[in-house]
Design a protein around this ligand. Structure first.
Ligand code: A2P
Length: 318
């Protein structure tokens, strides 16, 4: 049974969802249909993943086949960086809704605290970026608030925000962010962020909970530790008769964070959902706490281009 996180208005977000970053358009339709049939009720999407139309087809079919209702599903998506200008925010959400074949989202997030010019693509250059002085996050956030007011999304939040950037929104925005989706796993435990969000009633969603080893090579370092092969995680999995992935998912749930493991493989989609039934012991939790390396797999260094307005230090407020 998958637990839920309850929002202030009573809405319940299933704590375990299906991630869709890196799921190719060819695979994601089947992955979402498999996941819903298996019992997933939470799908995490984003415009930039380039696969929302296929997810929309899977959702629409699952509704019309009577497998689930729209109300039983929790659907999250994210505003891409090239749509931060006030006039681009609503059209971006509308395009996502058309692609997903939905009338509303459960949760809409600002994907990164980084603004790009409309239509700008990779590889990035300084000219393709817009500085936070020219286009402050608060301006984008005000438009997100209007979308929430109008019910186009039931909740709004952010992704890849530091505690300092969250604090700025808490102090200056009309509606507070209800979610921060960030990279979280035993090698990047972010205890200060966890405490900050608990104290301010902001939920966290853990992305790359399995270490995202299917990331493009350009986002990988040569000496990367492989999370799924960590000897402590492997030993705990053996003790419980489960897989390392299930230990990682259970650990995220144990910390009260939502978690969105990505898979396009039917057996692993099932296996990941079954992790909701695994209980780790206090000794397991203690052993995993000792694994923190403060190590990001998604470092954000791709936003730091020569002569550009973003640095890693400012991105994470280090
Ligand atoms: P696949 O999609 O073929 O199952 P993350 O969620 O951290 O981004 O990690 C996703 C990666 O982990 C993908 O390569 C995915 O492959 C793989 N993966 C997903 N579930 C499992 C699992 N239960 N065991 C091992 N690898 C998994």
């Amino acid at each position: 049974m998958v637990a839920t996180l309850e929002f202030e208005n009573g809405d319940q977000m299933p704590i375990l969802g299906l991630g869709t970053w890196k799921s190719s358009p060819g695979d994601v339709y089947k992955a979402v249909k498999t996941a819903i049939a298996a019992g997933y009720r939470h799908i995490d999407c984003a415009h930039i993943y380039g696969n929302e139309a296929e997810i929309g087809r899977a959702l629409s079919e699952s509704f019309s086949e009577g497998i689930v209702t729209r109300e039983q599903m929790w659907i999250t998506s994210k505003l891409w960086n090239d749509s931060h200008a006030p006039e681009n925010v609503r059209p971006a959400l509308e395009e996502t809704l058309v692609n997903l074949q939905l009338d509303y989202l459960d949760l809409y997030l600002i994907h990164w605290p980084v603004a790009m010019k409309k239509g700008a693509s990779f590889p990035l250059t300084a000219e393709k970026l817009v500085s936070p002085e020219v286009l402050p996050i608060l301006i984008t956030w005000s438009e997100m608030e209007v979308l929430a007011d109008e019910g186009l999304c039931r909740h709004i939040g952010v992704s890849n925000f530091s505690t300092a950037k969250l604090q700025d929104l808490l102090e200056n925005a009309r509606l507070k962010p209800e979610m921060n989706q960030i990279e979280l796993h035993p090698y990047l435990q972010q205890p200060t962020m966890l405490d900050f969000c608990q104290a301010n009633t902001i939920y966290l969603t853990a992305y790359s909970p399995l270490g995202s080893s299917d990331r493009p090579d350009s986002l990988k370092a040569d000496d990367e530790p492989v999370l799924l092969e960590n000897s402590t995680i492997v030993a705990i999995a053996k003790q419980h008769g489960v897989t390392p992935a299930q230990v990682l998912i259970s650990w995220a749930i144990h910390r009260g964070t939502a978690v969105i493991p990505k898979s396009v493989n039917p057996a692993r989609i099932q296996q990941n959902l079954a992790a909701a039934d695994l209980s780790l012991t206090p000794a397991d939790i203690q052993a995993i706490a000792a694994l923190d390396l403060n190590r990001r797999y998604v470092s954000g260094d791709f936003w730091q281009v020569e002569g550009g307005p973003y640095t890693l230090a400012a991105l994470w407020d280090m």
